[in-house]
Write a protein that binds this ligand. Sequence first.
Ligand code: ADP
Ligand code: MG
Length: 612
Amino acid sequence: MADIINVLPDSVANQIAAGEVIQRPASVLKELVENAVDAGATQIDVVIKQAGRILIQVRDNGCGMSETDARLCFERHATSKIKSADDLFRLHTKGFRGEALASIAAIAHVELRTRQANSEVGTCIVLEGSLCKEQSPCSCEAGTSFSVKNLFYNVPARRNFLKSDTVEFGHIHEEFLRIALIHSDVDFKLYQNDKLEYNLPKSTLKQRLVNVFGKNYEERLMPIEQETDVVRIHGFIGKPNAARKTRGEQYLFVNKRFIKHNYFHHAIASAFEEVIPEKHFPSYFVYFEVDTEMIDVNIHPTKTEVKFQDERLIYSFLHSTVKRSIGMFHLGSNIDFDDISPIDFGAISSRNIPREPLTSTNSDYNPFEKSKSNPSAAYSSGNTVKVNESWRQIYESIQENTPVEYLETQGVITPLQEMEEPTVSLKPSIFQTINRYIVAKIKSGFVVIDPEAAFERILYERFLKNLNDTPSGSQKLLFPETLNFAPQNGDLVRDLLVEFKKLGFDLEEFGQNTFILNGIPLGFEEQDIQQNIEQILESYKNNLISLKISKKNNIAHSFARSIGRRRSKLFSEEEMQLLLSELFSTSSPQLSPSGKKICITFNEMELKRMFM
Ligand code: ADP
Ligand code: MG
């Protein structure tokens, strides 16, 4: 029997490969501009004629190529960017497959001019359908210029499949922006049919967005910022009131690479859910920086899908970071959005440390104690708490005495001071309603606070502090209590004994799953301690499954949640003021650690609109 298998000639193999890599003119632009970025260019000029059908030219001032490399770069699997399979997990470049130029050369007329800065002459190469027609020395600028003409001249099916110039230029435009938006340190120009379409000088990321999308983006954007062990998330989201019915600009980048990621999109979109009208879309420009080993960019030939390790964790960071920025937006326009501090439960980041004021608080003071507290005690001595400047402004505006007489006279609310001070002239600026929520006047309207969620936040930060550096005091029990746990919980308590002690639970092991409780945290109620601790353990175990957080964070979270939840009661005005002052000196007064809203603001404008 005759043999029937042939090995395809390179030109045919390249043409087949081109089918995957080069779908339309925009794909050529993407590959060439990415190569220019990889070559370290600081200036990239793009020239497009007839939506790329006639010409796509990309000129850069990058490293250029030697004579040999200029020839080699059109070979399949010719790349300077990776050497071994291991390098696939340490990608710092856009390209790495070494097939783009081979593919382009197979289906177009290509001219390359390139020169390395340290050589006097450059190289010029002309190719047609993978065949080298001409190679000669030439004089040219240092850097590289690729001209791709008559795309798909030898693949009529592809050529006929191209859409109108408007549609094709739309794709070019999009690919160009996906690179230009993230590489704001590169000067980009894009000419279309001799018209300078974009002129983007080197700038900051935000300025690049403004240069591309227009001056009003200056106003529309607010920053987000979050840094954790696994990821740094930063960027900008559109303010809720800038959401539009058309799908907004939605861009995700990881390590300076544009990506599509439905799951992360959901994290952002759902954070906007309650604050923008239905069928409106938020804009966002979110940049992730992660260890290159944490992502796999290799799963899709055109490389916009990227797989992350720890996706769930990043999802929750992203969601809460966006939520927080939205919350800040709603809390009032007096916040300087250029100066938000990341959600950082440990320390406030150094660039946000306010110069003043420093409020002294008494670390022993416990607002949850049943006995009536002496509010001034909280300010008298003890530790110094750095108050986040923005929140301080809000807090100060809460202090302004503005009457709520109308509500009082209507019997809608009962000022707490009424019993002691029967005159209405007191004009309280803070009161409690529906036996739970605290309402306080702020400059632009009023804020409603859920004390349970507020306590959760305050306790969380306090417990973290107890665990990290200043252990809580403990009150000795007159009659030490014996606690018996199921074996699994017993093991857990044994594991957490040190941490329990730091929070003020003086527990001592007493045989198998039995422990003796000698002391409890100051202010902690003595009833149902066993049940309380079991609830805390349950929450701790749940967190182990659902949230990947550190042991300390988990403990603080579980304690704050279990204890905070049962702290709703009627407060005196002093207690409320104190609660607010404590809340607004936490790092995130807007959201509780378990993601519950702490406060909702109503501004005058919104109220008026509601009555229209
Ligand atoms: P890849 O980018 O995946 O390596 P390409 O086919 O896009 O593959 O490019 C092949 C090689 O040609 C690159 O690895 C690089 O060494 C070289 N090259 C391509 N474009 C440029 C450029 N603008 N400046 C300098 N070198 C370039
Ligand atoms: Mg490339």
